[in-house]
Design a protein around this ligand. Structure first.
Ligand SMILES: [Ca+2]
Length: 436
């Protein structure tokens, strides 16, 4: 026990020293640049402490960039109505921690993954009114006049035995894994007006209708293969209006590439759910197979501004991904990868730190990708990069980050893991501005 404490103390000290050395770099760093190397990266490490300064400097710019974030907030519950009940008061401790993280990050547009859907939008409204617009622990309250949410495939019964356990029903046999309809849904909060009439959703798009899909048809059989839906939750194109400009927020939460067998049904679905987004932004002939829930065909028009957001459940190098699924987005000519970084993600993956906590290290030394990680799954999985904010190359990315403070940084208590205080995922953000 004493050696554990000592080792932890050593880790903390080195973090503190590193933090000190980063400070001047931030002051000197340019406020722009998509930041994948050198001083700009160091600047991003310290978001936790310098959030206020960052917000202030944004306010005096003539053309204020939009801060867009994605956050798998783990605001799901085990029964329908339970989240509404929790959010009906202002003192649910998890919701408070989640809201404080959001307030510290201050996004203008925010996608929340794993937020139970209800048709009356009650939970989404309660979270806004009882948590986001209420100062948490002294943080600045946030106003989101616009909310978008829509039905999810989670918990919707297929009537088939998808997991092959000999019985029909339950979370694994639904169109998307879920104990009830709408569990693990999504909600979008925005300071900018949402062009609701132009929203496109792709909840009902059939997996079999994607040409060249990697569905394991032999596993499912012909009948089931032809009814399965591609999206495990839903895929959304939500246009938001910023002045006279439109930015398409493309939201999804592909299924984890895990909890399956040799057939890799979930890993393959994750791959194709991500491919759908890549094809959608490629547009033209590539997207000609796509149809939305209203029956309109095709993908995004050429030259449109967009930002892909969501927990993609896919790490570029690790985890159970099928055929490097996320590279379909990261390698896309239409997409910028801001490579947001955080100090805490590095810390959580230091070999010594992890081994002391009994976690997997899966630390590939030398590739400097540990700071990109966005979720801490513990156990044998460790932490991975799975949450993404990916703007179109048509826009400038001026800054980006992950809310993952190191143990000595402000807000560190909000991401405690044993027990989980907020979520196993971290909020990821990017500042983007539309071009002339
Ligand atoms: Ca079953």
């Amino acid at each position: 026990m004493h050696s554990l404490k000592r080792a932890l103390a050593a880790v903390m000290t080195s973090a503190a020293l590193a933090a000190a050395s980063v400070m001047p770099a931030h002051a000197a760093a340019p406020a722009s640049a998509p930041a994948s190397h050198g001083t700009a990266v160091l600047a991003n490490h310290d978001l936790g402490t310098l959030q206020t300064a960052s917000v202030t400097s944004r306010a005096v710019q003539t053309e204020e960039p939009m801060r867009i974030a994605t956050y798998n907030a783990s605001l799901f519950r085990e029964a329908p109505g339970a989240l509404i009940a929790d959010l009906s008061s202002r003192n649910n401790s998890q919701a408070q921690a989640v809201a404080e993280i959001i307030q510290r990050s201050a996004p203008d547009v925010l996608l929340v993954n794993e937020f139970d859907y209800d048709a009356e939008q009650e939970a989404a409204t309660l979270f806004r009114d009882n948590y986001l617009t209420v100062s948490q622990n002294g943080q600045k309250a946030l106003e989101y006049p616009y909310i978008y949410t829509a039905p999810s495939n989670t918990g919707v019964p297929t009537g088939a035995d998808l997991n092959g356990d000999g019985t029909i029903g339950g979370p694994d046999d639904a169109f998307g894994y879920g104990a009830f309809e709408g569990q693990y849904g999504m909600v979008l909060y925005s300071k900018y007006p949402i062009d609701v009439d132009s929203v496109r959703t792709f909840q009902n798009f059939r997996w079999a209708d994607m040409p060249g899909n990697v569905m394991p048809r032999d596993y499912y059989g012909e009948l089931t293969s032809n009814v399965l839906r591609l999206s495990s939750k839903s895929h959304w194109d939500v246009p938001i209006r910023i002045g006279d400009r439109t930015v398409h927020v493309l939201a999804a939460h592909p299924t984890p590439p895990s909890f399956d067998g040799e057939e890799q049904r979930n890993a393959r679905r994750n791959h194709d759910e991500i491919r759908f987004l890549a094809d959608y932004v490629a547009g033209g002939e590539t997207a000609s197979y796509i149809y939305d829930d209203a029956g309109a065909a095709g993908g995004l028009a050429d030259g449109e501004d967009f930002v892909i957001v969501g927990d993609m459940n896919a790490d570029p190098q690790r985890g159970d991904s099928y055929d490097s699924a996320i590279m379909q987005l990261l390698d896309s000519e239409q997409i910028t990868d801001p490579q947001p970084r955080a100090r805490g993600a590095i810390m959580s993956n230091q070999d010594v730190f992890n081994s002391l906590l009994g976690r997997a290290t899966n630390n590939s030394s030398g590739d400097n990708s540990n700071a990109l990680r966005t979720a801490d799954f513990g156990g044998s999985t460790g932490s991975l990069r799975v949450d993404y904010v990916l703007p179109s190359t048509s826009m400038d990315v001026t800054n980006s980050g992950v809310f993952w403070p190191a143990p000595n940084q402000p807000g560190a208590e909000l991401i405690q893991m044993n027990p989980v205080r907020s979520s196993d995922h971290r909020l990821v953000w990017a500042d983007v501005s539309t071009g002339e």
